[in-house]
Design a protein around this ligand. Structure first.
Ligand code: FAD
Ligand code: DLZ
Length: 507
């Protein structure tokens, strides 16, 4: 039967399951730039340019393959504005009753397609997304056998399944995980080679112009866009990372520095998430670099763990617990998102640094997301939905399946400990240890209370006191409550006053 093969903006790979068994003579491939997807959160300008330009370049590959393509541009007059409406428009136009899609990355999109196509009496076949390593059904079975969903144990299963860094069934080097060797702070004189950049071609330039006009008030500047937008370019970016940054990725994974967004991180997540890079292929190349002796084991293992461990685990958590997951808010965090999350205009240097880098690059690395903007959001009790929407909007790699469990779960503890076994909270001392942000800050990281005290300090202890009932018996929080018990009543009172005053004035 003739079918429409739907390709979404994050499914840009010729091996995608929805294209398998395509009849190039009769079937139609549909790709659509639509306003509903471009505006369900106010996406960063660079994210919009990336998605649209990568879609347009991928459309060229579809045509080169000889497939019949229907491509709707955002500015086309007949564009009906949403994915389901574009599918139905094309189906009606060609009298086609069968649509084949790879499972969308977001529950919202799957629901939209299911509901609208059912109403239009069009059959929708949804195929598994086999770019992911964990096979359908595996996680459910794995989860049913345990009380706690610990990423580390899931990761070991993925190592066995992929045989990455395995020798005769045993982990390379004798240990599964070298995380303890991955927490060194960095010196500000360290030299970095930034990620590979690409000059926009005429296709990208056209998209830049469109985004600058239509999304002028969105965060960021599309004008200096220089990301890879094709599979070929993304592969060059990967090679560049393996050669220049991966060898020191492991040691300095958790470090942060003023004005240095990338350090030794890969800047590859957005390429992986839209399909320009294949996760398993990336991991095999990293393994090969380790086997060739050009990359130490703690870097290779650390990097592979992020992809076959965290990335896969996070996706499984999303699909396992949605749709209810999105509404979770265990700590009842409801405070309005402060305006500085959109401007970077705050006296706290660490927040200003990370948000300013985010505005410039539509990127920040994991520890910046988790321990600076995320840590603040958790300590200040910022509204879970607003914080999640912010992360979904501002990062190029943000798609709900990966953004939500990282934000709501790992960062905000709103899922009651499914992703994180304890809240990821830290006072100024952690930020000082892992970065040079505090050197340029007007607040004093050594002070817990008083006018110049670092707000992360009193907010940290305020959070610990506020949620004592919930966390005092959490084994991993034992030392924190032991420390709290050493504080005098007067000191606790001062902390409460300082935190409440700060939070009252937070706008
Ligand atoms: P590297 O540090 O070089 O890591 C290598 C790769 O591992 C990444 O490219 C990514 O694919 C994968 N990875 C690492 N950590 C994670 C993780 N926790 N979850 C999933 N994959 C991971 N990642 C996204 O891809 N999209 C998001 O929307 C997203 N939102 C996040 C929100 C918060 C609050 C936090 C704390 C983390 C979020 N992450 C997200 C995870 C992580 O921060 C990014 O994957 C990483 O910063 C991307 O930069 P990189 O490519 O340089 O990663
Ligand atoms: C993020 C995004 C944007 C900005 N625009 C489109 C679009 O116009 N067309 C499309 O097919 N996909 C787009 N995407 C990705 C989707 O919003 C969505 O995140 C993924 O398809 C996952 O379901």
């Amino acid at each position: 039967m003739t079918s429409i093969r739907l390709i979404l903006g994050d499914q840009l790979n010729l091996k995608i399951s929805s294209l398998q068994d395509i009849n190039p003579v009769t079937d139609l491939v549909l790709m659509a730039e639509v306003l509903s997807e471009a505006s369900y959160v106010p996406h960063h300008q660079k994210k919009l340019v990336f998605v649209f330009s990568a879609m347009r370049h991928f459309a060229d590959s579809i045509k080169k393959k000889g497939y019949r393509l229907h491509y709707t541009r955002l500015t086309d007059k007949q564009n009906h504005g949403s994915l389901s409406k574009e599918v139905i428009r094309l189906a009606n136009q060609h009298k086609i009753k069968q649509v084949i899609a790879t499972q969308p990355g977001e529950y919202r999109v799957l629901e939209e397609l299911n509901t609208a196509l059912k109403k239009a009496a069009i059959n929708l076949e949804v195929r598994a997304d086999d770019r992911f390593i964990c096979p359908p059904g595996y996680f459910k079975q794995w989860a049913s056998r345990r009380n706690e969903l610990t990423m580390e144990f899931f990761y070991r299963e993925m190592r066995k399944k992929t045989r990455l860094l395995m020798n005769n069934g045993k982990p390379a080097g004798g240990k599964w995980n070298y995380d303890k060797q991955n927490r060194k702070p960095l010196k500000c004189q360290t030299q970095f080679t930034p990620p590979k950049r690409f000059k926009p071609d005429s296709t990208t330039q056209e998209v830049i112009n469109m985004v600058q006009i239509r999304f002028a008030s969105n965060m960021g500047d599309a004008g200096d866009f220089s990301f890879a937008v094709t599979e070929k370019q993304a592969k060059q970016a990967l090679q560049h990372f393996i050669k220049h940054a991966l060898p020191r990725f492991g040691d300095y994974q958790d470090a942060m520095l003023n004005n240095e967004p990338y350090l030794f991180h890969s800047f590859l997540s957005h390429y992986l998430n839209v399909g320009l890079l294949d996760p398993l292929d990336v991991c095999r190349q990293v393994e090969a670099a380790y086997q060739a002796g050009s990359v130490p084991l703690n870097s290779a293992e650390g990097f592979i763990r992020q992809i076959i461990g965290w990335r896969e685990f996070i996706r499984e958590v999303y699909w396992h617990f949605m749709p209810g997951y999105k509404r979770r808010n265990t700590l009842r965090a409801k405070r309005k998102l402060p305006a500085f999350y959109w401007t970077g205009d705050t006296q706290l240097n660490c927040l200003s640094q990370v948000i300013t880098m985010t505005i410039r690059e539509a990127y920040s690395h994991h520890i910046q997301r988790l321990m600076i903007t995320g840590n603040f959001a958790l300590l200040a009790g910022l509204d879970v939905q607003a914080v999640s929407d912010w992360y979904l909007a501002v990062y190029t790699d943000a798609f709900e399946w990966v953004e939500l469990p990282n934000t709501l779960g790992m960062t905000l503890y709103a899922d009651n400990g499914i992703v994180a076994s304890k809240p990821y909270i830290a006072s100024g001392a952690y930020i000082k240890r892992m970065s040079n942000f505090c050197n340029d800050c007007c607040f004093d990281v050594r002070q817990r209370t008083g006018d110049s005290a670092c707000p992360f300090n009193f907010l940290y202890w305020h959070f610990v006191m506020q949620h004592e009932d919930k966390f005092e018996n959490n084994q991993r929080m034992g030392f924190v409550y032991k420390n709290l018990n050493r504080f005098s009543g007067e000191e606790k009172l001062q902390i409460r006053h300082a935190a409440r005053k700060f939070l009252r004035e937070l706008k």
